[in-house]
Every structure is written in C-alpha cells, then in structure tokens.
Design a protein around this ligand. Structure first.
Ligand code: FES
Length: 312
C-alpha cells in the first residue's frame, strides 16, 4: 500500500497461486470482496510491473458507506481478499485519430491507464487532469513524466487552489479538441454533469464517461412508494416498501442476487425486466437502454407501475 495523496492509497494486489492475471484493458475495473456484504468496484491502474499483480487506488470518501473506509482503516498489507475478474464499461478506442481524456480527482485511475496505453501505441492524446490542489493529484509525478517524454501526448493540469477555487472549464477544454476526437471523462458528479452538458449534441459513440470514483449520494427513497415485484421464474410476488430497495427485498427473501456498489454505478445488480414501468434511478444504463425498459438496476431503481416483473 502506498499513500499517493493525503486521501488516496494505491494498493497492489498479488495472486496467491502465481497464475497470471487476465491482461487488463484500459478502463477495466474489478470488484473487491472486502468482507461479507461489502463489495466495491475500483478501476485498475495497471499491472504493477507483472501479470501476477494489479494496482488500484482508493480515495477515502468522507461519505463512505463502508468501502473506502474499510480499505483505508482496516485493510492491511498481507491480507487475503477475493476479487472478480476485470470488467469494462469504459472502453478505450485507441484507433481514433485523437483522444481527449478528462479526469477529476480519483477519476484519474482509469484515465491514467488510457493515457499509458495510447502512449504505448503512439496514438495522439490530450489529458486534462483536475484536482483540488497539486498535493491532491494522485500519480501526478508519473503522469508529468510520461507527458514530458511523450511524442504524441499533451498534459494540461488544473488545480482549483491555484485557480482561485474555479473548477476546470470542461466546455473550453473540449472546444479545443479536434472534431473527430474520442472523448473520455471520469471524475466527480459536478464534472460529469458539465461534461454531459458540453457533449450533449455530439454523436453518442464519440462520448464516454465513467462514474466510478465519484462521490455519489445514496439513492433517495424519500419520494418512493410501495410496489410489487414478481419473480417470473418462481411466480413469487414480493412487496417492496417505500424505505427498502428492490435489492434489499430480494436478498431478504433469499434470492441469490448479485450486487456491488449499492449506489447504481457498478452495474452488478442489473437484471432483465419483463414487464412493468420502472423509475430508473441508476447512473449506469444509457438513455436508450433505460427508455427500452428491458433492463433494471435493482439496488436503486423503483417502479412507476404497481408491479414489475423480473427475470429471476
Ligand atoms: S449494486 Fe452497483 S449498480 Fe446496483
């Protein structure tokens, strides 16, 4: 474990059986099963010099619901934990004539992997890296070193404290990007909102974002009401009260449902929806998938109809 910044620890995970780990793709993440009932997803930073190791970085989140607090306060060098294989919801398209990478805070982790891969392939890239201050920017020295020696990449840094508290101007950063660039952004919610606004009129296949590493509020059930879920395979009908999620109810009733973040950002709890009109509250399904009403993120979404039928 290495302290990257006052809030960020980088952690090298090494296999116990000396079997090589799957080759990572930039943007990959893995799930860490920290202890019973506590699974969290983190982007892979790299292979940490060997195919027997992965590296992740975890920011201590003051609003932590257990994951980052556990990593910072309880996880120790030598501990054995189970991890999932890598999954990718933030795919790099290295063949693009240009790639613009935007990262805020701990959002640098997948983006740093992307910059290294583009550099390795000799593909043009521009990285805008924003953080509260230089001291809060994880991997900054390594990134600056890569950019200094790069023939195809450029780095722009933005530190809020040096800019009088003004955040990075995402629209301005994108305005200077070549028209056919592939665009990537990972960072806190305010940054992602500005990015979505600035890219709203661009073709969907040009715009990519990742919400991992963002400080997410727990989904609100304040405006929720009770409804029913029907499990199609068993015919079971379960009532979802206003103060519980569908996932809670499934787990309470012994359904072996998968889950991770419990915040609608990792996608692990996604199920097929067979009937009913959901109230999508996740941040993982794209707009088209949400409108199709055939998939549901059960840790946070609710129902607009009296009943939802799930393929479970
Ligand atoms: S558990 Fe992560 S999206 Fe539901």
């Amino acid at each position: 474990m290495t302290r990257q910044t006052p809030q960020v620890l980088s952690i090298v995970l090494e296999t116990l059986n000396q079997e090589p780990l799957p080759t990572l793709r930039p943007g990959d993440h893995i799930d860490l099963h920290l202890r019973a009932g506590l699974t969290r997803s983190y982007s892979l930073v790299g292979h940490a010099g060997s195919h027997l190791r992965y590296e992740i970085a975890v920011a201590l989140d003051l609003h932590s619901r257990g994951g980052s607090r556990y990593v910072h306060q309880q996880l120790r060098v030598g501990d054995e934990i189970e991890i999932s294989g890598p999954r990718n919801l933030f795919e790099l398209h290295p063949e693009a004539p240009h790639s613009v990478l935007i990262a805020g805070g701990i959002g640098i982790t997948p983006v740093w992997s992307m910059a290294q891969e583009l550099e390795r392939l000799g593909r043009p890239w521009t990285l805008h890296f924003a953080a509260r201050s230089r001291a809060h920017a994880a991997y900054l020295e390594d990134i600056e070193k890569l950019a200094r020696g790069s023939v195809c990449g450029r780095l722009f840094t933005h530190f809020d404290d040096e800019a009088g508290g003004v955040p990075l101007d995402i629209a301005a950063a994108l305005a200077s990007a070549p028209k056919d660039s592939q665009l990537y952004c990972c960072g806190p919610a305010a940054m992602l909102n500005a990015y979505e606004e600035a890219t709203a009129k661009l073709p969907k296949d040009q715009v990519h974002l990742e919400r991992f590493g963002s400080v997410q509020a727990a989904p609100s059930v304040a405006t929720s009401h009770e409804f029913e879920v029907v499990l199609a395979r068993s015919g079971k009908k379960l009532s979802v009260p206003a103060d519980k999620s569908i996932l809670d109810v499934l787990l309470d009733n012994g359904v072996n449902a998968q889950f991770g973040c419990m915040q609608g950002v990792c996608g692990m709890c996604e199920v097929a929806l067979l009937d009913g009109v959901p109230d999508h509250r996740d941040q993982i399904l794209n707009k088209e998938t949400q409108q199709a009403n055939t998939r549901l993120i059960v840790c946070c979404s609710r129902s607009l109809s009296p009943s939802l039928t799930l393929d479970l």
